[in-house]
Design a protein around this ligand. Structure first.
Ligand SMILES: *Cc1c(COP(=O)(O)O)cnc(C)c1O
Length: 427
């Protein structure tokens, strides 16, 4: 289900374009469906996919947790009303400042991605006089054949190699201020085949049994990753969530029997937000260049880089005209405002004759939109974001204004107090 054209027309008429519009009903529905199909799973929303505070609030108000990777993502969760004990903190380059905040807040776990990071967490926790829960992010030696995996089973900056598990567990056992509370594995993204997810989960749960044996610790949770994909075009099919639920259920049940106190977590970004968002842009000019029709939009890959990226993605995103029009379809290329030839979000799209002021919608765009696009390129800045909840429409992020653009660029002398904390980190 996507938002109807008349709603999008109203949003564009009131707040202008380019804009991202999210459907709160669809966001909540998506979470409800996940919980229904996989009732034994503790779900976490990966803010990376869309960190807008109102999006986070809409999702987590349904009882799910959050997975964050930066200081501001932690703050976004707090602003959205997420309880600290429902937040896990992942990322290969956590700063001391971030670790201090995570420890002070009492997050569910800090997911450690290296041995030096474990040592730093121990040092900071010791100074605060607390015992910190840590989960190990493991880069497993296995990988699932035939799957489109990108994040494990090979050399990577993420996680601790499976061959170093013993060393990591020994480090935690010897540390005064650490407790091993979880295991985390993230296999990759855009997985559309439920069998791949089931195979991954089996392997990860076996790894969790090994960690329990070696450490003698009962884990609070095993995070079996996520990365569920969303189809973008005719050549792809959506993940069969019902089938996944059926096939995964006995696997999870067996794990639960083995370790009744260990919850099973899945963290999802794209799958929770992609289908609930539409990108809106308006045609400014049309032109014909050497026989090819171009519509120049007020927003393109600067707001929605995924749509303008690879050839596969170009075909992928569902793009259509908002509102009915008569007349036959013609091939049109849709370009954005950037002064670079790559700013084309659709090549030869069959669409009814376009003219200035026509409104274009790009659906399935709720994930990796504004914050994963070069919004500052050519200084266009963040687009506006709107949440639609039934009959209610709320602006949930203002577009960049002049004060926000020029304000941080006012020169100032170095060596003010704000600069100093960077220097005070312990070695
Ligand atoms: C990117 C990422 C996610 C979210 O991935 P999706 O494909 O959007 O679900 C989750 N966990 C980790 C560790 C990630 O790096």
């Amino acid at each position: 289900m996507t938002l109807p054209d008349d709603i999008l027309t109203r949003v564009a008429d009131r707040v202008g374009t380019p804009a991202f519009v999210y459907d709160a009903v669809e966001l909540r529905h998506g979470v409800a469906r996940l919980k229904f199909v996989l009732p034994d799973v503790d779900f976490f929303y990966s803010l990376k996919a869309n960190p807008n505070v109102s999006v986070v609030r809409t999702l987590t108000s349904q009882g799910i947790g959050a997975e964050v990777c930066s200081l501001f993502e932690i703050e976004a969760c707090l602003a959205a009303g997420v309880a600290p004990e429902r937040i896990i903190f992942v990322g290969p380059a956590k700063s001391q400042q971030e670790i201090e905040l995570a420890i002070s807040l009492g997050l569910k776990a800090i997911v450690a991605e290296s041995l030096p990071e474990l040592k730093l967490i121990d040092t900071v926790a010791a100074r605060k006089g607390v015992c910190q829960r840590v989960a190990l992010r493991i880069n497993p030696s296995f990988h699932t054949p035939g799957a489109r995996l990108s994040m494990s089973g090979k050399a990577t900056q993420f996680g601790i190699d499976e061959t170093e598990i013993e060393a990591a567990i020994a480090l935690i056992a010897e540390a005064d201020s650490l407790r091993l509370s979880g295991l985390h594995v993230y296999m990759g993204t855009r997985i559309l085949d439920y069998q791949v997810i089931v195979e991954n989960s089996r392997d990860i749960l076996a790894l969790a049994r090994r960690v329990t044996e070696i450490s003698g610790e009962i884990l609070d949770f095993v995070d079996i990753g996520g990365g569920f994909g969303v189809a973008h075009g005719d050549h792809e099919a959506d993940l069969d969530l019902e089938r996944l639920g059926e096939v995964l259920a006995p696997v999870l049940r067996a794990a639960k029997q083995d370790a009744p106190q260990t919850s099973i977590a899945i963290e999802l970004g794209r799958y929770m937000v992609a289908r609930a968002g539409s990108f809106l842009a308006r045609v400014r000019y049309t032109k014909i260049s050497k026989g090819k029709r171009f519509a120049i939009l007020d927003g393109g890959s600067n707001c929605h880089s995924a749509a303008g990226q690879a050839a596969s993605f170009r075909r992928n995103f569902p793009i259509s005209l908002v509102g009915a029009k008569t007349g036959g379809e013609e091939p049109w290329s849709l370009a954005g405002p950037l002064c670079t030839p790559t700013d084309v979000i659709a090549h030869d799209l069959k669409i009814q004759n376009l003219e200035a002021r026509d409104l274009i919608r790009v659906d399935r765009s709720g994930a990796y939109g504004p914050t994963a696009s070069p919004v500052n390129f050519l200084s266009f800045g963040m687009p506006i974001e709107v949440m639609v909840d039934g009959t209610e429409m709320v602006v949930i992020r203002e577009r960049l204004d002049l004060a926000g653009y020029l304000g941080p660029q006012v020169p100032r002398p170095l060596e003010r107090d704000e600069d100093r904390h960077q220097l005070e980190e312990i070695a």
